[in-house]
Design a protein around this ligand. Structure first.
Ligand code: ACO
Length: 329
């Protein structure tokens, strides 16, 4: 495929109204502390979806902003690709609910389940659709309501995650702008290190499942940490190789916002000084598939990304899945 084929033409993001700070966990009966969470993760607060808020409503809000930024109307969308691990329903895909909510009357719509790599995978799918199916305008969303699938009795996981949505309009490249390289991988042999053991068709929800909380996310934190650092390092190397660039050519690194220690280790491996690394995990927590598109939208709207800059994105998540992109703006 000739690159760049696809470029980012507009972005948006949305979060729930309710903010949950580290201090608020005491009121929920969870034995933890601000100090423990900040030291291990860098997270200070996260947004939690409440009544009337859903994956669909957050995604639709983010999508409307992205369309406005790109000067695109909903009927112009050819495809909606939504990366999520927390769909509103198991069937149908949340992407079709977003399609209906925004009035994208001509669009096909599908969900991608690649956990925290959902947006990076989604961008690669969008690029492929533009190269092969004639799609001209694709909406790529990364969105999560993880607060609805975490076990609020498990302090190992419930302090880490937050809710939100980030949206990106992808259009055909002009003036050499767009995706310069992509990389993606998966390793299902390690699936049990970060998963929801039950709640799918293999082990449906039963009173027993609910009692043990096995329909919620469970995680072997230290193993996830090691694999995340190793895989994100590989993904940075491969994306740079693919674009025939070196770290000094990258103006900004936007990594998946899981944890400040993972971000710092990834930046160190990629030889990126921390001033060139976007961090908002302190304010949003780990929003999984939403984390990169939320960070991208903030970086664009605040002027941190300007026309002509080259940005590298890197993600890692349950599966395991991982991947990266280099994009010229
Ligand atoms: N508050 C207080 N204590 C806690 C908490 C908490 N919220 N959670 C766990 N603990 C305790 C445990 O019970 C354990 O106590 P014990 O030793 O008495 O059994 C102890 O803290 C564990 O401490 P450590 O092993 O030192 O914890 P660690 O330094 O590994 O940090 C963490 C844990 C933050 C989960 C780390 O492993 C991590 O960041 N892993 C990556 C996980 C991640 O980011 N997952 C997101 C999904 S994947 C992705 O997005 C990349």
């Amino acid at each position: 495929m000739k690159r760049p084929t696809a470029m980012i033409a507009g972005t948006g993001h949305a979060v729930p109204k309710r903010v949950l700070t580290n201090h608020d966990f005491a009121g929920l009966g969870i034995e933890t502390s601000d100090e423990w969470i900040v030291e291990r993760t860098g997270i200070r607060q996260r947004f939690i979806a409440g009544e009337g808020e859903s994956l669909t409503s957050l995604s639709a809000d983010a999508a409307r902003q992205a369309m406005k930024a790109a000067g695109v109307t909903a009927p112009e969308l050819d495809f909606i690709v939504l990366g999520t691990a927390s769909p509103d329903r198991l069937l149908p895909a949340t992407a079709v609910e977003v399609q209906a909510a925004i009035g994208a009357t001509r669009a096909a719509a599908l969900d991608i389940c690649a956990a925290c790599s959902g947006w990076v995978y989604g961008m690669q799918v969008a690029e492929g659709l533009m190269a092969t199916s004639g799609a001209e305008t694709v909406l790529v969303i990364g969105a999560e309501t993880l607060s609805r699938i975490v076990n609020w009795k498990d302090r190992n996981t419930c302090v880490l995650f937050g809710d939100g949505a980030g949206a990106t309009i992808v259009k055909r490249s002009t003036k050499g702008r767009g995706i310069l390289s992509v990389f993606s991988r998966s390793d299902g042999t390690l699936a049990d290190l970060l998963h929801r053991p039950a709640g799918g068709a293999l082990r449906p929800v039963t009173p027993e499942v609910l009692a043990e909380g096995s329909n919620c996310i469970t995680m072997a934190g230290r193993e996830v940490f090691k694999n995340a650092v190793r895989s994100m390092a590989e993904a940075c190397d491969r994306a740079l190789d693919g674009a025939k660039l070196s770290a000094t050519d990258i103006d900004l690194l936007i990594p998946h916002q899981a944890n400040i220690r993972i971000i710092e280790a990834t930046a160190k491996h990629a030889n990126m000084p921390l001033e060139k690394v976007y961090v908002n995990v302190d304010r949003f927590g780990n929003t999984s598939a939403a984390s990169i598109p939320i960070a991208l939208d903030e970086a664009l709207r605040s002027g941190r990304i300007k026309e002509g800059m080259t940005v590298m994105f890197v993600a890692f998540g349950a599966g395991f899945t991982w991947g990266s992109l280099v994009v010229r703006f």
